[in-house]
Design a protein around this ligand. Structure first.
Ligand code: ZN
Length: 811
């Protein structure tokens, strides 16, 4: 064993052993108990950043800890390799996106290996490999055959200079983020996946995911936006229009008797029809189109409208009520028509006030007032047959009546829209479709897959390159053999990442998913940023349900547990090149070694909270590892004593307590305090005088070994090396995980009195010499104590070890 701690030498040596022995390579069929522990795959942007380090270290620590439990743990890695940044880099560097991407992958893979991750690299995938996207095209064809993929004309943000569709996020102040050209709204044909068909299940199944954070489930529920209510049919009084009736969705059918007008969107077909004979309506529509606003901004606009001078019939009373156009009604949501109940809806109230429309109160609540809409549930009044019901009863009674009258029924609505997956970009997976003048839209036959992305091209900016490669798009129709045209759109890269975690299980298979590989599913722990809480995680859940319905997997949910990791901050802000607050992981690894960085990342804050970067903290962790190394070196070079004094001075209790604490915390994935327990063990070891006491020597050797194992998931290189140098038996990763010796702990129990503000409230059994924070944790678990101190701030804790704790609370 070297006297000096040299992480650069140790880490390379240990990593080479892992590589040669293939200890992280897993079989195709999982052995029970298994854990598929997965971090979101990175985009190969060039270099790994601190966010990657934090994510992957966390996943790796959990994976290594699970391996100690005898669990068959799979931890794969791959690359989300298609996408716009590669094209932009290609433009600025005049380099092919493939070259740029592969060079980045090589560099980043090297960096990940240096971090010492227990990854099964035999399963590596790159989404830009044809062996990967072949099966994406195959999956798309299955969805097409099931009616889950379709093409329609839709309005998009169009950059006239770059000749591409832009995402909403890429439009800044009405201009293309890259070209700076004013963005146009353009009608283009796009492909969609019918995620809405699964909207109900995607909502309901969230309740079966107890190990997902509540806030993420709420975000998904809000995004899907299911509302359950009633659809109501209003018939037009004037029968001369082509549109005969309007369907309005409402969650407040109890207020139907207070409906005093109906509003339709300016884009509604009926509005267009009325405009032909009504110049005021036409002017309103023209003006509205010029504004060209998106759904989300519409809600904030000042509400304006125009009367159509035409009427609809109230479905229950048959009364004529006026029909209006309003800028706040969105055609893409629901049917583009709403029933207006100004007494009980704020938006309708504002509109009715402005245009002097009647307001009829039909719900009485305890705090009604006349100056605004009363939107609460209450009791029905002025509601004919339905008077005197609770809102809930009224909703049911009125809906039932509508069903009898054949003028409506129960209905559900969703905010979720189908997933638009067409991108007019070169660097993506081609959509396997051919258009034939005679046969229409023809899927590429499975035998002809993959539709390869041509790579032998001169990369030119500003165009969808595929449109300039006749060899690519000029094809024969697979059905009639006549000339036809290939689809030149590529998939949104969110499609690539919606199923990648299944491909890791059989990366070379000549089918999308081998039945044997499915034994690893579902993913047991999925780690990645909260920014993916909606889009990626929702798409992946949707696609997984499609795979289930195609009988490729048996589970219904892809990720049993999702753990969003906190961000890495510096000077209070997210690290970014533009802010100049980036810390480069590669530099740090060169200076301190990967073990220090790994321990630092896990020690500084709980994994679900953001981490504020601190150079001094890194240095502190480095010193701790150096201390461990030097202690081990001294221990190794000390001659084993031959006898012990009559009274041995060593007590194992403190060590057993720390092992107990470490286990309790690691179960909760509260990794920072596991490291503090390790640091305390190190301190205790340093107080043992082992050189002249055989008992103490044995004791020291035992607990040093336990410390090495506890610390191994965090700092795998240094602990493996010391384990080996100190000639402990067997390989460190094959040892059982340390668990506290309950006999030692039980024999050391003492009674401790717990007081609150000086009054005795409980007596607890604690282990002798238990630390103050651990005693306080136990006290908080006592029901009586918990109820007394709940919601009160703790001012002070007085602790007399082994005897008494007094908690001083405010109020
Ligand atoms: Zn044809």
């Amino acid at each position: 064993m070297d006297k000096h701690y040299r992480p650069d030498l140790i880490e390379q040596e240990i990593q080479a052993i892992w590589q040669d022995t293939g200890i992280y390579t897993r079989q195709d069929v999982a052995k029970e108990p298994k854990s598929y522990t997965l971090c979101m795959l990175p985009y190969p942007s060039g270099d790994i950043h601190m966010g990657h380090v934090s994510n992957y270290t966390f996943g790796d620590v959990v994976a290594r800890w699970q391996m100690f439990q005898g669990i068959d743990v799979l931890q794969p890695m791959g690359w989300d390799a298609f996408g716009l940044p590669a094209e932009n880099a290609a433009i600025s560097k005049q380099q092919h996106p493939m070259q740029w991407t592969l060079a980045n992958i090589d560099r980043m893979k090297q960096q990940l290996i240096q971090m010492g991750l227990a990854i099964d690299w035999t399963r590596e995938i790159k989404t830009c490999d044809k062996s990967y996207y072949h099966w994406q095209q195959w999956l798309f064809l299955q969805m097409f055959n099931q009616g889950l993929a379709y093409r329609k004309k839709t309005s998009v943000n169009w950059d006239p200079v770059d000749q591409t569709v832009l995402a909403n996020e890429q439009v800044i102040d009405g201009k293309g983020w890259r070209s700076g050209a004013p963005v146009e709204q353009k009608e283009v044909h796009s492909w969609f996946l019918k995620i809405t068909q699964y909207a109900d299940e995607l909502t309901d199944a969230l309740d079966d995911l107890p190990d997902w954070p509540e806030r993420v489930k709420t975000m998904q529920k809000n995004w899907i936006g299911r509302s359950e209510g009633t659809v109501i049919t209003f018939t037009l009084a004037d029968e001369s229009y082509a549109v005969k009736q309007l369907e309005c969705f409402t969650t407040r059918a109890d207020t139907l008797m207070g409906c005093t007008y109906v509003v339709i969107s300016p884009q509604h077909p009926l509005a267009q029809e009325i405009a032909k004979s009504n110049p005021l309506v036409k002017a309103f529509i023209d003006n509205d189109q010029e504004m060209d606003v998106k759904e989300q901004t519409r809600a904030r606009l000042e509400k304006t409208g125009v009367s159509t001078s035409t009427y609809v019939k109230h479905p229950i009373t048959g009364e004529s009520i006026p029909l209006w156009l309003g800028n706040y009604v969105v055609m893409s949501y629901g049917s583009g028509a709403v029933m207006a109940v100004p007494a009980h809806d704020e938006r309708d109230y504002e509109f009715a006030q402005k245009y002097a429309l009647p307001i009829k109160t039909v719900i009485k609540t305890t705090d009604s007032n006349d100056d605004s809409a009363c939107v609460e549930d209450g009791t029905t009044i002025h509601s004919g047959d339905f008077t005197g019901l609770t809102s809930q009863q009224a909703r049911k009674a009125i809906t039932e009546r509508l069903i009898e009258l054949n003028r409506g029924g129960y209905s559900k609505q969703f905010r979720l829209r189908d997933w638009g997956i067409s991108r007019q970009r070169y660097w993506g997976c081609p959509i396997p479709i051919i258009y034939c003048d005679h046969c229409g839209t023809v899927p590429v036959p499975e035998a002809d897959l993959p539709v390869e992305l041509p790579t032998d091209v001169d990369y030119q900016p500003h165009t969808n390159l595929l449109k300039s490669i006749p060899d690519f798009y000029q094809v024969k129709c697979p059905i009639c053999q006549r000339d036809a045209v290939r689809e030149t759109d590529t998939f949104d890269t969110f499609v690539d990442s919606s199923w990648y975690f299944t491909r890791y299980l059989c990366p070379q298979a000549n089918s999308m998913l081998e039945p044997s590989a499915a034994s690893w599913l579902p993913v047991d722990l999925y780690i990645g940023g909260i920014e993916h809480a909606v889009m990626h995680l929702l798409y992946a859940r949707f696609v997984f349900k499609v795979l289930r319905d195609l009988q490729l997997v048996t589970a219904s949910e892809p990720f049993k547990r999702y753990f969003p990791q906190g961000m890495v901050l510096k000077d209070g802000a997210k690290m970014s090149k533009s802010k100049g607050n980036v810390v480069d992981p590669t530099d740090l690894i060169e200076t301190y070694g990967a073990d220090t960085i790994r321990v630092y990342m896990m020690f500084t804050s709980p994994p679900d909270q953001s981490l504020e970067w601190c150079d001094a903290g890194v240095d502190g962790v480095f010193k701790f590892l150096k201390r461990l190394w030097h202690f081990s070196y001294q221990f190794q070079t000390t001659v084993k004593p031959t006898s012990s004094p009559a009274i041995s001075a060593v007590s194992p209790v403190a060590f057993e307590q720390l092992i107990q604490q470490a286990n309790r915390d690691i179960e909760k994935l509260q990794l920072n305090t596991v490291i503090s327990a390790c640091m305390k063990m190190m301190n205790s070891l340093q107080t043992i005088n082992y050189a002249s006491d055989l008992d103490a020597y044995g004791h020291c050797r035992h607990y040093l070994g336990q410390l090495l194992i506890l610390l191994n998931p965090f700092a795998p290189h240094i602990t493996t090396k010391i384990w080996h140098c100190l000639a402990y038996e067997g390989a460190i990763h094959e040892q059982p995980w340390p668990t506290a010796n309950q006999t030692i702990l039980r024999d050391s129990l003492v009674n401790c009195v717990i007081q609150v503000n000086g009054k005795v409230k409980a007596q607890l059994q604690i282990t002798r010499d238990e630390q103050e924070d651990a005693v306080f944790e136990l006290a908080k678990q006592d029901e009586k104590i918990a109820s007394i101190i709940a919601n009160r701030s703790i001012k002070k804790i007085i602790y007399i070890p082994n005897r008494l704790m007094n908690v001083v609370v405010a109020g």
